[in-house]
Design a protein around this ligand. Structure first.
Ligand SMILES: N[C@@H](CCC(=O)N[C@@H](CS)C(=O)NCC(=O)O)C(=O)O
Length: 205
């Protein structure tokens, strides 16, 4: 479902790269068995190619898409400092996404009387620290349309998808991170981000 930041970053990337796809709106909760028929982990995104090869783990899917698109169109810079910086921003953002998903699952899957507050607090601190690091980078890039170089890269897509998810699903307040908040809002207003925005719908246990 497009409320997953990992599914969404793949859908947006495919659209930016001009790769058409069919989509099954399967939930990791109620449709877990159908997803497991394609991906033993039962996780999304899972991409079934025309060759019937199956790809999962969004970074592996994006790597395949970039390779197929070729160096000129690829969303991850090919080498050097730009690639390093993009990968670091992506790592911070997917870390925010992972921890936010963990916090949602704690709420959805664990009985209320068995919640472990130190774990939730640990996740909360990790997300806040990563948001602060992203804020520092966004503040430095004020006046630049994109986080890296002069065109949209995977860093822009992933930062927006993961931070918007954390803000909506947990929720996290982005106002202490104003440069990040403004950048995410600007990206989220773009048609390709709007196209794959759906309200967060927590999986049912
Ligand atoms: N590292 C994975 C994370 C994907 C992920 O966490 N997907 C969630 C939905 S947002 C999922 O499939 N959850 C079901 C589960 O892990 O049981 C990726 O980038 O693809």
């Amino acid at each position: 479902m497009f409320d997953s930041p990992f599914v969404r970053r793949v859908a947006i990337s495919m659209t930016v790269l001009g790769v058409p796809f069919d989509h099954r709106n399967w939930s990791t909760g109620r449709d877990a068995e159908q997803i497991r028929a394609y991906n033993p982990l039962g996780r999304v995104p899972t991409l079934v190619l025309d060759s019937e090869d199956v790809l999962f783990e969004s970074s592996a899917v994006l790597d395949y898409l970039d390779e197929a698109a070729g160096a000129d169109k690829a969303l991850l810079p090919a080498s050097g400092a730009e690639r390093r910086h993009a990968l670091q921003l992506i790592a911070l953002a997917t870390g925010v996404g992972d921890k936010a998903v963990s916090m949602v699952y704690e709420r959805v899957f664990r009985p209320e009387d068995k919640r472990h507050d130190p774990w939730l607090e640990r996740c909360r601190v990790q997300v806040r620290q990563a948001l602060a690091a992203l804020e520092a980078h966004c503040a430095q890039r004020t006046g630049h349309d994109w986080l890296i170089g002069e065109r949209m890269t995977q860093a822009d897509i992933t930062v927006a998808c993961c931070c918007a998810f954390a803000a909506e699903a947990v929720p996290f307040d982005l106002s202490p991170y104003p440069a990040l908040q403004a950048r995410v809002a600007r990206y989220e207003a773009l048609p390709v981000f709007q196209q794959f925005h759906v309200a967060f719908d927590a999986p049912k246990s």
